[in-house]
Design a protein around this ligand. Sequence first.
Ligand code: NDP
Ligand code: OXD
Length: 315
Amino acid sequence: MALLIIGSKRADAFADAVRAEAPDLDVRIWPEAGRIEDIRYALAWHPPTGVLKTLPNLEVIVSVGAGVDHLLKDPDLPDLPIVRYVDPDLTNRMVGYLVLHVLFHQRRMCEFLELQRQRKWEFRGEPAMHEVRVGLMGLGVMGEATAKALKPFGFQLLGWSRTQKTIEGVRCFAGQEGLDEFLAGTDILACTLPLTPETRGMINRDLLRKLSRHGRHPRLPGPVFINAGRGGLQVEADILAALDAGELYAASLDVFETEPLPETSPLWTHPRVIVTPHNAAESTPESIGRYTVRQIRRHEAGEPLENLVDRTRGY
Ligand code: NDP
Ligand code: OXD
């Protein structure tokens, strides 16, 4: 029985971490797969199209990421259980990223960075936290944990998901029928949606125009968009157009339509855009190693796998 690690630049580190956790496990790194009949488990991140189909005895696919769009895009993906990565450290990192960027924009930090570059000492007031409405787009593991972390600051919280949720202190909306009301009540939109056929391209100009503009706080000059979900959710040309038209005040983007973000993208130098290189939440080799071995042990013992992906939903 062997585990094949496929597609990640960090494959060596993942292999070391798995071996540290399970010294007897036969761990291989693609394309050095050896006798492919031995391979029963795959740990994958953006595997090349068609590779997983070539493994005749594969039983379980473990995703290096919480998101599985990198697997589901393979038209030849075998019909096997997919375990996505869910881990308290990963969640905590995402919460840290989102809280940081909500506070950053509530305090108008893009403006202060610009003033600093100009050596200008200028007081500009910020809205009180309780006056700012943060809309969490996606109320899964990441969205719900972020809501809980933002609550003690006093922000007004809204959330949107596919199915209706009940989270204390969060006004929850669901589905297409709840989307417009959710957007109209949101000053800072923080997105952790997965990329699926339903969500692809949904952050476009039309959607951004629906964010709270009436009732906008004079000290928060317009709505803010934060995306730590997937770049395929957003239309970057529309974000830039909305920023330049004053329909959007600022954005923090961790994920992009094309990654790495091309050098030619105007997002790099826009004064109201913060760019980070898809590092909102890093999956460390140690925790990936532990998690993968735990799934293998559970499967070998006939116990249910954790965090199984629903392929019909796409996440
Ligand atoms: P979950 O599956 O736990 O949550 C996904 C949420 O999105 C759920 O609330 C779900 O609704 C909602 N959702 C899905 N489709 C729709 C839809 N069509 N309309 C409305 N709501 C929808 O995922 P996680 O919170 O664990 O992770 C979310 C995403 O974050 C990942 O898929 C990945 O893309 C991204 N990510 C990014 C990282 C980074 O470093 N930038 C790191 C880790 C994750 P419902 O609750 O009803 O199912
Ligand atoms: C993830 C990611 O999905 O790293 O976990 O983007």
